[in-house]
Design a protein around this ligand. Structure first.
Ligand code: DGL
Length: 247
């Protein structure tokens, strides 16, 4: 299968990393809208418009599937993308909801959802989890983590202060949804902060779990062909991809 992966910027590379680890696809075409990132502070109509433009871009390739790595886009624009695409489109929010349900024991599990302002305002995770019977939900917009990860701040005092700023008044959850492409890069610090008992839900692993249920994969592709495109400065994206994906 030849697939497209869409994100507002570089963060979706964390999803590509999971896809590569599981060797599921022959070719991955990545598009990051680096000229217009961040999406997480934009309104619904803008996010939908940009997402449809991404579908148009992907029409230049004969794709079997599009994966929306961006939580913000998955929360707002999946239906519209599906309407304009000529292949199936899967988003990380739906996958993350199912992965959370698989990871926790009992419907009374305490789930904390992290995301951009837009993702949290959409309530997409809460709606999905409530439909499955989970009620003990809290959501927190933690947008400061996005520029910090872009600055390669994965540990240290600034990150610790930001963790305290966001979470010092919250109860420790049983599961923490990393509802933003960037957050897996600070998963060690989050795990340490919330304790080893807390299950971290990673969009990349969640979408792999989801796809493995949806499709039968008969081949493993150890040398997936990667093509990177960005709406601004594709060389910077390629450089980061090299570093994050070790390829
Ligand atoms: N990719 C976005 C997400 O997963 C985070 C960055 C942004 O705000 O565009 O929600």
């Amino acid at each position: 299968m030849k697939i497209g992966v869409f994100d507002s910027g570089i963060g979706g590379l964390t999803v590509v990393k999971s896809l590569l680890e599981h060797k599921l696809f022959e070719e991955i075409v990545y598009f990051g809208d680096t000229a217009r990132v961040p999406y997480g502070v934009k309104d619904k109509n803008t996010i939908i418009r940009y997402a449809i433009e991404a579908v148009e871009f992907f029409k230049n390739f004969e794709l079997d599937l599009i994966i929306v790595a961006c939580n913000t886009v998955s929360a707002y624009a999946l239906d519209e993308m599906r309407e304009s695409a000529s292949c199936p489109v899967f988003g990380v929010v739906e996958a993350g909801i199912l992965a959370t349900a698989n990871a926790v024991e009992g419907k009374d599990a305490k789930v904390l959802i992290l995301g951009t302002k837009a993702t949290v305002n959409s309530k997409a995770y809460e709606i999905g989890l409530r439909a499955l019977g989970y009620e003990n939900l809290q959501a927190k917009a933690t947008g400061l983590f996005v520029p910090m990860v872009e600055e390669e701040i994965y540990e240290g005092e600034i990150l610790q202060a930001t963790l305290r700023h966001y979470f010092s008044t919250l109860d420790k959850p049983n599961a923490l949804i990393l509802g933003c492409t960037h957050f897996p890069l600070i998963s060690e610090a989050l795990q340490e902060y919330f304790g080893s008992e807390c299950k971290l839900i990673h969009s990349g692993d969640a979408i792999v779990e989801y796809l493995e249920k949806e499709f039968t994969f008969t081949h493993k592709y150890p040398n997936t062909e990667l093509k990177f495109f960005a709406s601004e400065n594709p060389d910077a994206l390629k450089k980061i991809a090299k570093k994050w994906l070790n390829n």
